[in-house]
Design a protein around this ligand. Structure first.
Ligand SMILES: Cc1cc2nc3c(=O)[nH]c(=O)nc-3n(C[C@H](O)[C@H](O)[C@H](O)COP(=O)(O)O)c2cc1C
Length: 197
């Protein structure tokens, strides 16, 4: 069974809600097992070993704090140093998502940081592949990928609300990414096996 993991950090549950929507999309794909981890859980040595030995791909999620991944997510990044050194994640798949209060809010920078993290591990990045949803006089924020990101999901949540303040269209984008990533992981599995060190 192909296994994928969603690994996220969230202080106020916005990133968590987005992670849950990705989980829902990924679970709709047969013969793929998907598990969700907080960065705290994922950083434990035994979990890192399990992720390295048994998983084919990771979807990374962090809120955008001051235009970059949160300190919690960065701690997770740094906990993977020994895997980096032994190329334990090389040729597996990765994708990513972030959320912030502003429509833009410097989210692109967070996504780029996630791509660089993945590239340093030799992970192969799966982009969102949704057209920008809200870029004309006839579109609204209720269209998927309303903020028009390409690398991954750049979602928006109102600063004065909990998970109910997240755009529904972003949660739909989450389901899209989960389903797309799980499908990729299933089809890509022979490549991962072929390229195993
Ligand atoms: C320390 C801190 C820094 C933040 N920096 C940004 C930012 O750079 N851009 C932005 O649009 N929102 C920013 N926000 C708002 C958060 O990105 C937003 O509330 C997000 O949805 C929180 O996700 P979480 O509930 O998963 O922690 C910041 C919030 C905090 C607490």
């Amino acid at each position: 069974m192909v296994k994928i993991a969603i690994i996220y950090h969230s202080k106020y549950n916005h990133t968590k809600a987005l992670a849950d929507s990705i989980l829902e999309g990924a679970q709709s794909v047969e013969n793929v097992q998907v598990k969700i981890f907080t960065t705290e859980e994922a950083s434990k040595p035994e979990t890192l070993k399990d992720l390295t030995d048994n998983y084919s791909g990771f979807i990374f999620g962090s809120p955008t704090y001051f235009g970059s991944p949160s300190a919690g997510f960065k701690e997770f990044i740094e906990s993977t140093s020994s895997i980096f050194a032994t190329r334990g994640w090389a040729n597996k798949l990765a994708s990513g998502f972030t959320i912030s209060a502003s429509r833009a809010g410097s989210k692109e920078n967070t996504l780029i940081d996630l791509v660089v993290f993945a590239a340093q591990h030799g992970l192969t990045w799966v982009p969102l592949n949704l057209l920008p949803g809200h870029n004309s006089s006839t579109t609204t924020e209720s269209n998927n990928n309303a903020s028009g990101y390409f690398l991954g999901i750049g979602a928006q949540a109102n600063a004065d609300q909990g998970a109910e303040g997240i755009r529904q269209s972003d949660l739909e984008s989450g389901k899209h990414l989960g389903k797309r990533f799980a499908t990729f992981a299933k089809l890509y599995q022979p490549v991962i096996e072929e390229l195993k060190l």
